[in-house]
Design a protein around this ligand. Structure first.
Ligand code: GDP
Length: 197
């Protein structure tokens, strides 16, 4: 499925403008600058469709992409953007929360966490919400090339330990580097298996 062409087809600032859930969806969430756009590019091997940037917080909408005519990939706005106004932050967060807890056809949320920094309060908040709404999610550690392999393993173990009692968490924690490509194929296979065609 990841060989299909990626096309952007909708952006939503409010839930009433979410497109019809015609295909299964896999969504990507995480703090801004976590490497979400880079991962979407690496997973689909299509560069330029999802914008990457050094300016965190540029994505203020939920962006919907079609992968061929079988699957939607959904780019959720990054949270925790330091420079945004408080009310704007609250709006984005409310939108993300509404999406992950109510979206029909949502098969999996990949919650991206920077390997170096680990999980932050906003990540835990989203996890608690997904547990309450029984949304299946999995943690994807990003930018593994930035830390020593032993620290990547330690971080993954620490997170797996903290997720043990969680019902909607899908194990194991995946580890990727969009820069070197490490772990990307593995994640691609895991995600393709959710929506087996
Ligand atoms: P987003 O805000 O979550 O969409 O993050 P981006 O994909 O735009 O990446 C934010 C910054 O992190 C950019 O400067 C990227 O070049 C960098 N980045 C993303 N993925 C990786 C990675 O796997 N390794 C390294 N070293 N840098 C990365």
């Amino acid at each position: 499925v990841f060989r299909n062409k990626l096309t952007f087809f909708a952006a939503a600032k409010i839930s009433s403008s979410f497109p019809a859930p015609e295909f299964p969806e896999i969504a990507f969430a995480g703090r801004s600058n976590v490497g979400k756009s880079s991962l979407l590019n690496a997973l689909t091997r299509q560069w330029g469709v999802v914008r990457t940037s050094d300016k965190p917080g540029l994505t203020q909408t939920i962006n919907f992409f079609k992968l061929g005519s079988k699957l939607h990939l959904v780019d959720l706005p990054g949270y925790g953007f330091a420079y945004a106004k408080e009310e704007v932050k609250e709006e984005w967060e409310a939108l993300v929360k509404e999406y992950v807890s109510t979206r029909v056809g949502l098969k999996r949320v990949c919650l991206l966490v920077d390997t170096k920094w680990g999980m932050k309060p906003r990540d835990h908040e989203l996890i608690d919400l997904m547990e309450r709404s029984q949304t299946k999610y999995q943690i994807v550690l990003t930018k593994t090339d930035m830390v020593f392999p032993v620290d990547v393993a330690r971080r993954a173990m620490q997170i797996e330990e903290s997720l043990k009692a969680k019902k909607s968490a899908v194990q194991p924690v995946m580890m990727i580097s969009s820069k070197t490509g490490a772990g990307v194929r593995c994640l691609r296979t895991a995600l393709a298996n959710i929506v087996k065609f």
